[in-house]
Every structure is written in C-alpha cells, then in structure tokens.
Write a protein that binds this ligand. Structure first.
Ligand SMILES: Cc1cc2nc3c(=O)[nH]c(=O)nc-3n(C[C@H](O)[C@H](O)[C@H](O)COP(=O)(O)OP(=O)(O)OC[C@H]3O[C@@H](n4cnc5c(N)ncnc54)[C@H](O)[C@@H]3O)c2cc1C
Length: 389
C-alpha cells in the first residue's frame, strides 16, 4: 500500500492521517465541511480513565489514558501548540454518589489514582460559589481535560508539516461498491478524487455521518446511532477540578441508562464549560433524517436544559454569563464492544474508524495506532471492534 484517502477531519481522521504519514504513506484527507466542524469541535475535552481493563474496549481506553500525556507533549514539541492537557481530577456529586459514596469508591479501586470521600464541608470549601449543598461526594485524582480546538489545530498543523494533503469544503463524499470487492469515491459537483486501488486505500472516519457516506455499501447501514450533545461556555472562573453532577429532570431519561449527567469543566481560557452527557432531544435509536448530513446547530431546547442545570448549580442570574453555545453528534456504535475499527467485510480497499461515542478525544490517538498497525503490519484488531459481517 502506498497511499490512503481519509474521509473526515475530526480527531479520528486527523490522528490516523498523522500516523500514516509518519509511517511513510502518502495521505489525502477529504473533509466535507471544515476540519473539526463535527463532534470534535463541539466536545468538552474530558479524558476519563477506565475503571478496569478486562475487555478489549477497556484495554484500549487504558492504553489511551496512559499515552495521552506523551501524545500532548509530542504535539507541543512538533507544532508549538499547547493542547491543554491538565490532569485536574474531578469532583463527583451525582445523586448515586451522594447516596452511597463508599460503593462508588469501590468501583474506582482499579483506576490507578487516589479516590477520596468528601464531606459536605469539604465540598463547600472546594466549590464556594455553588448553591447546592450535597451531603457527600468524591474527589477523583485520575481525570484530565484537553482543549479540543487546540488539539485539532495542532493535529492540522502536524499533518500539514508532514505533507498530508488536506482538502476542505468538498461536500459529503460517498463510497459506492464497484464490481466484486472494489469501491469508488463519489463527490457532488465536478470535484476530482483519486480512486482506490490495491495500493490506494480509503479510511472512512466521518463520525456519525459515516452512515450516510457508506449507505450504498453492504452490509448497511453501519451500526451507529446519533447521540446529540450540547455545551455552553460560562463566563465564570474555571473550577480547579471538573465537577460531575446530575439533575433529575421530569420526564427525561438518559437512554444510556445513567440519567442526565452534566459536567462543569475548567475551560482552557480560564472560564468554564457546562455540557450534557446526552441532549434531551435524543430518543432511543433516533436516526432523525435531519441529522444525517447537515451541520449541527445548537437548539433552543438544549439551551433551556443547560440553563436549568446551570441555575441548579449557581442560582438565578447565571443565564447572563453564557457567552457561547455549541452542539455536535456523537457516533455511538450500537453493537456491543466499543468503536467500529478495521477492514470493511469483503472490500479490502475500505477501512473504517468510527463509533467512538463519548470518548473520541480519549481514544483517537490509540485508535490511530491500532488501525495503522493493522493496515501496514497486519496486527490483529480485536473481533469486538470489527464490523459485523
Ligand atoms: C457536546 C459534546 C461533548 C463531548 N465531550 C467529550 C469529552 O469530553 N471527551 C471525549 O473523549 N469525547 C467527547 N465527545 C465525543 C467526541 O467529540 C467524539 O467521540 C469524537 O469527536 C468523534 O470524532 P470523529 O473524528 O469520529 O467524528 P467528528 O469529529 O464528527 O468528525 C467527522 C468529520 O467528518 C466530516 N464528514 C462527514 N461526512 C463526511 C463525508 N461524507 N466525507 C468527508 N467528510 C465528512 C465532518 O464534517 C466532520 O468534520 C463529546 C461530543 C459532544 C457532541
């Protein structure tokens, strides 16, 4: 294999392009809109280590967590951009933690860092401006945050510097089957594209929109669900730790089963972000057509939800501190096991890397190594990540 076309300029497409180029492969990255305009640009940059490493997915997460500090350092050395990696830890004041902190401590016993139960007074001291007064909580040492925009910019610069050809604003590129086991790339308008061959492969890394890019490719559709998420920027000083909490809102149940978790996050510019685990518009299996290819706009409903949540932490008047609002769609793999990685069944010219759901920032660099090792050296990809046949 001599060259690769990567579809999608989010963290997954960018990290894979960089890794391939570093290993001597010619890379062209095609982006339908602009680099970072998908979920990556809307995300809030939390890196959470796994609670164990008993399955391939948790092993990938463990590796990803361990490698991030070195990854951030190498991007900074190469590009001069600080990607904002800070191991700031987190305070967990979710209802279930408050009810039984010891049970939550037990769950985190293999997380590799200190976990400490906090009393009401300690929480008040750590978060003096918060209007809630939870009776207990946890301080978890092993959580970090990065700056997704700085990371995207550093990756773009690194790719450019290494000679990756990046083409943006192309509109959605589609993949179509060609004869027995081949594929072709199709763009709207008269955009010229290099076509795949035995020596020129394609990696589909278009986040949630990988579904629409490969609709013509059996087995379709890709087992992905769109899970929207929204976040606001608050002109409130960054907390020293991330704060995870929930607000049990009437009639809203998080389909992933862990009930409307929110996070208040120290933003890299000294202000703070507040984001949801799953936006309230989401319903189980909600493959809304409108999400299939259009750019995602923040919603009035999403803003109302986050304002209600912010009020529950900071009291009335917090709405006037909102300075930004953004939205994105997380690509959630619907079959059990983790992201979708590896060769497309029966189409050796096509590879896929998507389905990273809520952990694409954490997993992006580790995914890139796994996929590139497999493409170039035949290293096995765990069965759990491969596309169902
Ligand atoms: C509000 C929010 C908060 C989040 N917070 C976190 C967090 O704290 N930590 C974490 O680890 N993860 C977080 N995530 C999840 C994380 O953002 C995703 O897992 C990750 O960004 C997915 O990256 P990706 O490269 O697969 O997809 P994307 O970032 O969506 O990139 C896909 C790219 O492909 C392009 N594209 C689409 N179709 C085509 C096509 N046909 N041809 C060419 N290009 C195409 C799109 O324009 C886009 O730029 C969050 C997500 C959201 C929405």
């Amino acid at each position: 294999m001599r060259s690769v076309t990567v579809l999608g300029g989010g963290i997954v497409g960018l990290t894979i392009s960089r890794e391939l180029r570093r290993r001597g492969i010619e890379v062209e990255l095609l982006e339908s809109r602009s680099i970072g305009s998908g979920a990556t640009g809307a995300s809030t940059g939390i890196l959470t280590p796994p609670q164990h490493s008993r399955t391939p997915f948790y092993q990938l997460r463990t590796l990803a967590w361990k490698n991030w500090p070195q990854y951030a350092a190498s991007l900074a050395a190469e590009t001069g951009i600080d990607v904002g990696y800070r191991r700031c830890g987190a305070i967990d004041i979710r209802e279930r933690t408050i009810r039984n902190p010891q049970r939550e401590v037990k769950k985190l016993r293999d997380c590799g860092g200190r976990v400490e139960v906090l009393s009401q007074d300690q929480i008040r001291e750590l978060l003096p401006d918060m209007v809630r007064s939870p009776e207990a909580g946890l301080r978890v040492e092993m959580e970090a945050r990065i700056d997704p925009l700085a990371t995207t910019e550093a990756l773009r610069r690194s790719c450019h510097g290494a000679g990756v050809s990046i083409r943006e604003n192309l509109g959605p590129i589609r993949i179509e089957p060609l004869g027995e086991g081949g594929i072709s790339l199709v763009a709207s308008g008269d955009i010229e594209l290099s076509q795949p061959s035995e020596q020129h492969k394609v990696i589909l890394a278009a986040g949630w929109e990988s579904v629409s890019a490969a609709l013509a490719m059996p087995p379709t559709p890709l087992p992905l669900d769109p899970v929207p998420g929204e976040a606001i920027t608050l002109d409130l000083p960054a907390p020293p730790h991330m704060v995870h909490f929930n607000l049990l809102r009437e009639g809203f149940r998080d389909p992933s089963g862990n009930r409307s978790i929110y996070s208040w996050i120290p933003a890299p510019d000294g202000t703070s972000w507040l984001g949801n685990s799953v936006a309230s518009g989401h319903r189980d299996g909600g493959r809304t057509e409108a999400w299939s290819s259009a750019a995602v706009e923040p919603t009035a409903e999403g803003r109302d939800e986050l304002v209600e949540v912010a009020r529950s932490l900071f009291g009335a008047g917090v709405e006037s501190r909102i300075t930004d609002h953004r939205a994105g769609i997380r690509p959630k793999a619907t079959r059990h096991g983790g992201p979708l990685l590896g060769m497309w069944p029966g189409r050796p010219q096509l590879w896929v890397a998507t389905g990273h759901y809520r952990a694409g920032l954490l997993l992006g660099p580790a995914t890139a190594t796994m996929v590139v090792d497999s493409m170039l050296d035949g290293a096995p990809i765990p069965e759990q990540f491969q596309l169902p046949r």
